[in-house]
Design a protein around this ligand. Structure first.
Ligand SMILES: Nc1nc2c(ncn2[C@@H]2O[C@H](COP(=O)(O)OP(=O)(O)OP(=O)(O)O)[C@@H](O)[C@H]2O)c(=O)[nH]1
Ligand SMILES: [Mg+2]
Length: 197
C-alpha cells in the first residue's frame, strides 16, 4: 500500500492468482465490466487467449477526502511462464485465489496454493486473501471443505471464501469488496499497533 498524504491518494495492489484456466482473466474482466471499464484492461495474452504475463487495470474510488487507486493484476497459470508469477506478486496487498472447482483438477489448486505458500512463506498467514471457488455452474465439483482442510484454512488470518461463476459475473464484485474489506481491516489493525508502541 502506498499512501500519498499530500495528494490524499491510497494505492493498493490486488492480484488474481490460481491454477491454469481457473478463470482469473475472466474474473478480472468481469470486475472491470462491472465498473464500465471493460476496454481499460491491458492484457498480454497468446492468440489462444491464454495469459502470457498478466492482465492489468486500475480502478479509482473517491470520497471527499481520499482517492483509492486499486491496481489489479491476474497472473498466468501456465507453468511455462512460471518465472513471471513472483514478479506479478511483488508488493501485493491482497490476493483473490481463483480455484477451479472441477473435481478433476482438485490437485492443481493445491499445487497452486502451495506455490503461494512457498513464495510468501509465513507472511501468507496474515496477508489478506479470498479463496474464490469458481465455476460453480459446472457439475462434478469437489467439496470446498476438503480443499480448506488440506491447506489448513484454520491457521490463516485475514482469509475468507466466496463462490463465483466468472463467466456470468456472479460473486465477482462480492469477492472484490471482501478483499478490500480485509486489506483495510488489516491496515487499521496494524496502524493501531504502531500508534500504541
Ligand atoms: N463454466 C465456466 N467456465 C468458466 C468460468 N470462469 C472461466 N471459465 C472458462 O474457463 C476458461 C479459462 O478462463 P480464463 O479466465 O482464461 O482462465 P485463466 O485462469 O485466466 O487462465 P490462464 O491465464 O491461462 O492461466 C475459459 O474458457 C473461460 O470461459 C466459470 O465460472 N464457469
Ligand atoms: Mg488468464
Amino acid at each position: 500500500m502506498i499512501i500519498d498524504h499530500l495528494d490524499r491518494v491510497l494505492a493498493l495492489k490486488v492480484v488474481y492468482y490460481g491454477p491454469a484456466l481457473s478463470g482469473k482473466t475472466t474474473s478480472l474482466k468481469a470486475l472491470f465490466n462491472h465498473f464500465g471499464k471493460k476496454d481499460k484492461v491491458f492484457s498480454i495474452e497468446s492468440t489462444r487467449k491464454r495469459t502470457l504475463f498478466f492482465d492489468y487495470g486500475t480502478v479509482l474510488f473517491q470520497n471527499e477526502l481520499w482517492k483509492i487507486k486499486v491496481h489489479i493484476y491476474s497472473t498466468t497459470g501456465q507453468d511455462f511462464y512460471l518465472v513471471t508469477r513472483p514478479i506479478t506478486l511483488r508488493a501485493v496487498d491482497g490476493i483473490i485465489f481463483v480455484a477451479d472447482s472441477r473435481k478433476i483438477v482438485f490437485d492443481r489448486n493445491l499445487i497452486s496454493w502451495n506455490e503461494l505458500e512457498k513464495y510468501f512463506q509465513d507472511s501468507l498467514l496474515s496477508l489478506p486473501k479470498i479463496i474464490a471457488f469458481n465455476k460453480q455452474d459446472l457439475p462434478e465439483k469437489f467439496n470446498p471443505e476438503v480443499f480448506l482442510d488440506e491447506i489448513g484454512y484454520k491457521n490463516y488470518e485475514n482469509i475468507d471464501t466466496e463462490y463465483t461463476i466468472a463467466i456470468n459475473s456472479e460473486g465477482i464484485l462480492a469477492s472484490f469488496e471482501n478483499i478490500l474489506r480485509l486489506i483495510f481491516k488489516d491496515y487499521y489493525e496494524n496502524q493501531l499497533i504502531s500508534a500504541i508502541s
